[in-house]
Design a binder for this molecule. Structure first.
Ligand code: NAD
Ligand code: TYD
Length: 343
């Protein structure tokens, strides 16, 4: 795909964990990139994540909701959007088990609003950010998921993400919109909301609180540093073939229990903080991604080695205790209003 050099990139969900890392990655690595960052600032969105790029003229933050068709339409109607990268989503499996409704509203209907606007406004490329979880669960010893693996989502979260993947495919097939879907494994790194396993574990370890390990802790996840995810998304955006799906993975399968042990060691705590709790309903046992296709077509592979990446991540949270405190206390919720009430 030849992207119009003058066009802007609409990044949705760019105040969340991966989106904010992506916005910073792009501003760092592509001096000519111009970004519109469209985010509803839900509980997971944090304007503090963007404090160092809010003054960058190449980055414009727009407070908006992808569920709002008129709001989405208004951003596209300004013209000049060459590309959409849709990170915006409800992203936490446990929350999807409590209230699936908002997952369908944002992850499915919100994505539909974006696809429709992209089609109407002749956008050159639409990248849908998806997840390994759409493939369901692997048995021990079973080969990693490829792009040909059947779609078998097991949680309301993964079912909503799978639905959006299908819509992206259908918009390509039916209307010729240039869509690509990326499916990535579990991410870790700076600015992840501390409801997710790694930052939750780090935060609790810092404070001497118990670490809740679901079930027997032998579930396996394939961890990837968020910066490697960002570079993979950008490779796919520039070089991926229209209508295709690309798996992204870390080649790093670890049980939850081993992960918790590694974090406790890094934080100077012992295993007495491990607390086995009731398992998550329908908990997927194992994910693993085969990313041969992406590697063959673009040369991408993960750069961050897990042990070092994890140690650096613990250091980041340790050096940014203020960030953790603001998020834990809810103080971060008022930042956007405070920042803009004086204008
Ligand atoms: P996150 O929950 O940290 O951030 C989500 C962002 O989307 C927040 O800034 C939030 O304010 C915004 N948002 C939510 N609903 C919105 C709406 N209706 N309109 C506009 N903005 C809205 O999520 P994340 O971990 O950064 O994940 C980003 C994307 O990557 C998601 O699509 C997720 O499914 C996918 N993904 C995540 C992982 C992971 O390990 N975190 C792995 C694979 C794929
Ligand atoms: P999570 O970070 O929620 O990501 P996902 O569910 O998308 O994989 O969880 C990672 C793994 O850690 C998953 O197997 C669930 C497990 N987990 C716990 O054991 N305890 C916890 O408190 C959390 C949040 C997760």
């Amino acid at each position: 795909m030849e992207m119009d050099k003058k066009g802007k990139i609409l990044v949705t969900g760019g105040a969340g964990f991966i989106g904010a890392n992506f916005v910073k990655f792009l501003l760092r690595s592509e001096p000519r990139a111009r970004i519109i960052n469209f985010d509803a600032l839900t509980y997971a969105g944090n304007i503090e994540n963007l404090s160092d790029v809010l003054g960058d003229s190449r980055h414009e933050f727009v407070h908006g909701d992808i569920r709002d068709k008129a709001g989405v339409g208004a951003v596209f109607a300004r013209g000049g959007i060459a590309c959409v990268i849709n990170f915006a989503a409800e992203s936490h499996v446990d929350r999807s088990l409590d209230s699936p409704d908002s997952f369908v509203q944002t992850n499915v209907l919100g994505c539909l609003n974006l696809l429709e606007a992209a089609r109407r406004h002749g956008v050159a490329r639409f990248v849908q950010i998806s997840t390994d979880e759409v493939y369901g669960s692997l048995l021990p010893g079973e080969a990693a998921f490829t792009e040909e693996s059947p779609i078998r989502p097991n949680s309301p979260y993964s079912a909503s993400k799978a639905s959006a993947d299908h819509l992206a495919r259908a918009y390509h097939h039916s209307y010729g919109l240039d869509t690509v879907v990326t499916r990535c494994s579990n991410n870790y790194g700076p600015m992840q909301f501390p409801e997710k396993m790694i930052p939750l574990c780090i935060n609790n370890a810092f404070n001497g609180r118990k670490i809740p390990v679901y079930g027997d802790g032998m579930q396996v996840r394939d961890w990837l540093h968020v910066e490697d995810h960002c570079s993979a998304v950008w490779e796919v955006c520039r070089k991926g073939r229209a209508g295709e799906v690309y798996n992204i993975g870390g080649a790093c399968q670890t049980t939850n229990l081993d992960l918790v042990r590694a974090i406790l060691r890094e934080c100077g705590r012992d295993e007495s903080l491990v607390s086995f709790v009731k398992d998550r309903p329908g908990h997927d046992r194992r994910y693993a991604m085969d990313f041969t296709k992406l590697n063959k077509e673009t040369g991408w592979k993960p750069r961050h080695e897990f042990e070092k990446g994890l140690a650096d991540t613990v250091k980041w949270y340790s050096s940014n205790k203020g960030w953790l405190e603001h998020v834990s206390s809810g103080e971060y919720k008022g930042y956007y209003e405070k920042m803009y009430s004086n204008r």
